[in-house]
Design a protein around this ligand. Structure first.
Ligand code: NAP
Length: 341
């Protein structure tokens, strides 16, 4: 059964995480949220392995240029590219996809790492609550638009990789109890009245559960053997600036810092968990699975329950409908590359 216990948390935190050393000289890899934190350290690892191409995606041009310089300096590899990608804007995701298409950028692995954690309700220009859009909807949009590019590079012995950075925080997500009677799950989760302070305190955890459900649904619609090995990964609890929004409160800040000092792994060690599924073999064994600290693990009981699976199927339907209206390529990718279920 998939449960987060103190024991399983500590076992994960103290697990030894292998240093990536695969030969990726013929691989092109994209990392989102690559300017700081886990994404940045993952990019440094990848750059040291000298891939054919390494593309960093960051919120804007200025961050892209800085990230490129920093990764090149740390890795001693001058062959790094960087493009802007703001996940709080569907247009930005579409522009990124246009560029991948127009430059015919081959992608062997996409590490969808960018994410935000904030308990404050605010909407993006697209009208979605920020965490819902950045962590879930835009990540899903990017994943779907990148599928044809990932499929293009696959081989029978080496599937392309889509690695979505989820979290063990999904175990603590509010159960979507009662959601089966909501006319629209995503509509309800976006509704300002529904999003009370207690709902928002749990929003990050929920977004990580939604990512896991997306991975399961997408994976189940790819042909067998899969051309793209899709997985949702948990890097464990790591030092990074992810908790910055809750650290503005002195008491919370002290609590978070203390907890980090006691239990967090370094950003560099945590970042290996992103690189591992993107480059190491046995990718098809990880397909559709939740990977905790480089090992296939059981996701939460709720996610595996009948209710969780039903909600997950409905979420898929709602998600592709919303994203199909954002970009017609979504429906095209689904009809050309995914099985009907
Ligand atoms: N740290 C942990 O303990 C932990 C544990 C489990 C899972 N994770 C997951 O790991 C991933 C990376 O987090 P981290 O810990 O490295 O945190 P971080 O240091 O805060 O990095 C987050 C990255 O996401 C980017 N990002 C945030 N909002 C964005 C947006 N609207 N558009 C594009 N990029 C955006 C950030 O860019 P800016 O610098 O421009 O904001 C940054 O590059 C997240 O998905 C997180 O949920 C982290």
């Amino acid at each position: 059964m998939g449960k987060l216990t103190i024991r399983s948390f500590l076992r994960g935190q103290w697990a030894s995480i292998p240093t990536p050393n695969a030969d990726i000289s013929d691989k092109s890899i994209v990392v989102t949220g690559a300017n700081v934190g886990l994404g940045f350290e993952a990019a440094v690892h990848l750059a040291k392995l000298k891939p054919k191409r390494l593309l960093l995606a960051t919120r804007d041009e200025a961050k892209a240029m800085r990230a490129k310089q920093d990764v090149e300096q740390r890795s001693m590899n001058k062959n790094v590219e960087a493009w802007p990608l703001e996940l709080g804007s569907f247009d930005s995701v579409r522009r990124f996809a246009d560029r991948v298409e127009s430059e015919d950028f081959p992608i062997n692995a996409l590490i969808a790492n960018a994410g935000v954690a904030t308990p404050t309700y605010a909407k993006t220009q697209d009208g979605w609550e920020i965490t819902l859009q950045v962590n879930y909807l835009s990540t899903a949009l990017l994943s779907i638009l990148m599928l044809p590019h990932l499929i293009k590079t696959t081989t029978p012995t080496n599937a392309s990789r889509l690695v979505i950075v989820s979290s063990e925080a999904h175990f603590m997500a509010n159960k979507l109890t009662g959601a089966s009677s909501w006319p629209s799950i995503l509509g309800k989760l976006n509704d300002e009245e529904y999003c009370t302070a207690s709902v928002m305190r749990n929003r990050y955890n929920l977004s990580k559960l939604l990512e896991l459900m997306f991975v399961r649904e997408l994976a189940s619609r790819l042909t067998n053997p899969t051309p793209v090995a899709v997985s949702a990964i948990n890097p464990g609890f790591c030092h990074s600036r992810l908790t910055r929004s809750v650290e503005s409160n002195l008491v919370t800040s002290i609590g978070v810092r203390l907890f980090k000092a006691l239990f967090a792994r370094t950003t560099e060690v945590g970042s290996r968990t992103l690189v591992h599924p993107a480059v190491e073999p046995s990718e098809r064994l990880r397909h559709g699975r939740y990977i905790s600290c480089c090992e296939v693990a059981e996701e939460s009981d709720y996610s595996l329950s009948e209710e969780g699976q039903e909600i997950s199927r409905r979420l898929w339907t709602e998600t592709v409908e919303i994203l199909g209206n954002v970009d017609p390529r979504v429906n095209q990718v689904i009809s050309e590359h995914l099985l009907a279920r």
